[in-house]
Design a protein around this ligand. Structure first.
Ligand SMILES: [Zn+2]
Length: 233
């Protein structure tokens, strides 16, 4: 039987392994963090936890004390240069992957607190990183339908969204700040067919993952940033 509708109904799926390799080649956060002096690494982790728990620009002085960093300006410049933190024009920290204080299309609620994620993959990382259930609100990139689901590690509610929701990555260079480039093109889709129609525009550039694949990618990419946390060796 001939198909009348030529737009693809199902996407071509990228493997989690390949997605992880490609993401780390563009934005090697864990490698960059590992290369930091231990106090600077501790400062980066303190910033991540602060953004998750407090959700506003940290009291930088308090974080410096916590991390044992003497030269705050040098530390911040090194973290910014490595794209481990995003700093605004006033020199204030406004984000550290996966969390941002800038309003994005991906709202994440944890313990009643509202945060924003840099991108779709980042949104899926926040719950596993901080051992919290989250609610993620975003929109389908193809049809703009609102998407809202609860994430408790691999468990998604409503459960059917684990099958329906897809994540797309339009690969591109980060230009020194992935938050304002690559991350703008890591997207949610409401269905396999809407992911597939987006992918059909450029199969080379546009990769698609199922939601469970994207959660796995998010965990493998982001959990190493908090690797000294018990249970995440
Ligand atoms: Zn859609």
């Amino acid at each position: 039987m001939l198909r009348v509708n030529k737009s693809p109904a199902t996407p071509h799926y990228l493997s989690v392994e390949e997605a992880l390799v490609r993401l780390n080649s563009l934005l090697p956060l864990a490698v960059r963090q590992a290369e930091l002096d231990p106090p600077f690494r501790a400062l980066h982790r303190a910033i991540l936890r602060w953004l998750a728990i407090e959700g506003e620009s940290p009291s930088f002085a308090a974080l410096l004390v916590e991390a044992g960093v003497a030269d705050g300006a040098a530390a911040l410049e090194q973290l910014r240069a490595a794209d481990l933190v995003v700093v605004n024009g006033g020199g204030r920290i406004v984000g550290a992957y996966p969390i941002t204080l800038e309003i994005t299309a991906h709202r994440v609620t944890l313990d009643g607190r509202t945060r924003y994620a840099m991108c779709a993959v980042d949104a899926l990382a926040i719950g596993p990183m901080f051992n919290l259930g989250t609610r993620i609100e975003s929109r389908c990139h193809t049809c703009a339908a609102p998407l809202s689901f609860a994430q408790d590690d691999q468990r998604i509610r409503p459960a059917h969204l684990l099958r329906d929701v897809h994540v797309g990555i339009a690969w591109q260079a980060t230009g020194g700040c992935a938050a304002h480039s690559l991350c703008r093109e890591m997207l949610f889709f409401c269905s396999a067919s809407h992911a597939a129609s987006w992918q059909a525009v450029s199969r080379e550039r546009n990769s698609v993952l199922s939601l469970s694949q994207a959660i796995e990618l998010a965990k493998r990419f982001f959990l190493p940033l908090l690797a000294d946390r018990p249970g995440v060796a």
